[in-house]
Ligand binder design. Structure first.
Ligand code: TYD
Length: 396
């Protein structure tokens, strides 16, 4: 049973950056109620109301993995590890984005799947076999027919975007070799709750996984976890290594029970923990608004740094508009000169000159805090101030 624990109000599609400001309406299906529930049986956290995939992932999807040094480095390290540990003859990536990971692999060993045609075009052009399709059973059958089975399947920050998880795992089961390995990587719900990062929820993020939920979901497909790694990416993620239960060549290591125990100890199998989280979210909103109001009362300017989907959730949940944040800056060409989803806040191209010490910077891309703080050393040294809402709203 899916029990509701969080209501983030009406939200626009998070990755839809409009060219000109327009007030969105609930009636015209431009704003959707964002509520989150907890499945008491599987322990899976998911959005209660879902939006059709086709509305979210199309040729205008702006996110590119290669834009971030952190992600590029993380993928490079991972590719070395995969080759060393599993040496796949056939490697499949579900949600290959602009090829930040597959570029580290031999072209003739890779099959990639990417439904956003603007992104699929990039990897196709580089010579990678790319299907610009949604991941589903009919595509899995096509791949199986052409390439037989796949030794390693990898998917980062993608499966949590697909509504029909049953079809996702059936399709994986269809192409995965007998002794094959599935690796999935997604934000960790434990980290989300510890950091009160309610902004991990937006319409595209249908699920936020915990190891408890993953373990329960995959059992049905005769799959099991054999290794879990913790990562700093996307605000704290888990990388799950999965094998067929029948595969006795690969041993289950202690990291699996370690993570499960941590989650149980924190109370992730109890609904009460989730109710408590929703109280923290409300407090976080009040505190952030207080901080922003004080800055504005002192006639200071606030600009946003990193026009993330996460920031879109924060702006719309806290009702923050251009009277509070003048504009956002971002380095993504597809976002520049557009507007933050649902808000009259323009996104300007990143320019160091915009960062002066009388301006407060709201850290929209808080998941890249380390990378950004390194880049903005001079601004910080001059006394420049950032505002963050993670793990608690404060000025740093
Ligand atoms: P992302 O991490 O994908 O967050 P979400 O999934 O919530 O959208 O987005 C990071 C954004 O931050 C992306 O638009 C690029 C931007 N960014 C900068 O503008 N400058 C930077 O130095 C970094 C690291 C990111």
């Amino acid at each position: 049973m899916n029990k509701k624990f969080l209501d983030l109000g009406y939200q626009p599609l998070a990755n839809r950056y409009l060219k000109s400001y327009k007030k969105l309406s609930v009636k015209k299906n431009e704003l959707y109620k964002l509520t989150v529930g907890f499945n008491t049986k599987t322990k899976l956290v998911s959005l209660i109301k879902r939006i059709p995939d086709k509305k979210m992932f199309d040729s205008s999807y702006p996110y590119k993995s290669s834009m971030s040094k952190t992600m590029v480095n993380s993928f490079k390290k991972l590719s070395i590890k995969i080759k060393k540990k599993f040496n796949p003859k056939r490697f499949l990536e579900i949600g290959s984005n602009d090829g930040a990971l597959i570029k580290n692999f031999d072209k003739n060993k890779v099959v990639s799947v990417e439904p956003c045609s603007n992104l699929a075009k990039i990897t196709k052009k580089k010579g990678y076999q790319t299907y610009d399709n949604y991941w589903n059973l009919s595509l899995a059958k096509k791949i199986k027919k052409k390439f037989n089975s796949v030794d390693v399947i990898y998917s980062a920050n993608t499966l949590t975007h697909i509504n029909d998880l049953d079809d996702v795992f059936k399709s994986i089961n269809h192409v995965l070799a007998k002794n094959g390995v599935l690796i999935i990587e997604d934000p960790s719900f434990l980290e989300c709750i510890k950091k009160t990062s309610y902004d991990q929820f937006y319409n595209e993020h249908i699920y936020v996984f915990s190891a408890l939920a993953v373990k329960n979901i995959i059992k049905k497909y005769k799959l099991e976890l054999f290794n879990i790694e913790t990562l700093n990416t996307h605000g704290g993620s888990l990388r799950y290594y999965i094998k067929r239960t029948k595969n006795t060549i690969i041993r289950v290591n202690s990291s699996v029970n370690r993570q499960l125990s941590k989650e149980i100890k924190f109370g992730l199998n109890n609904f009460a923990t989730y109710k408590q989280f929703s109280k923290q979210v409300l407090l976080s909103k009040e505190k952030l608004l207080n901080i922003l109001k004080k800055i504005k009362d002192n006639n200071n300017k606030i600009i946003g740094y990193g026009a993330t989907a996460k920031a879109s959730t924060v702006l719309n949940y806290c009702n923050i508009d251009s009277d509070i944040i003048d504009y956002f800056v971002d380095t993504t060409p597809d976002k520049i000169n557009r507007y933050m989803p649902g808000k009259n806040i323009k996104i300007l191209p990143y320019n160091k000159k915009l960062m002066n010490k009388d301006t407060f910077i709201f850290l929209g891309a808080w998941n890249f805090k380390k990378e950004i703080f390194k880049k903005e050393r001079a601004f910080i040294r001059k006394g420049g101030k950032f505002i963050t809402h993670i793990p608690k709203p404060k000025i740093i």
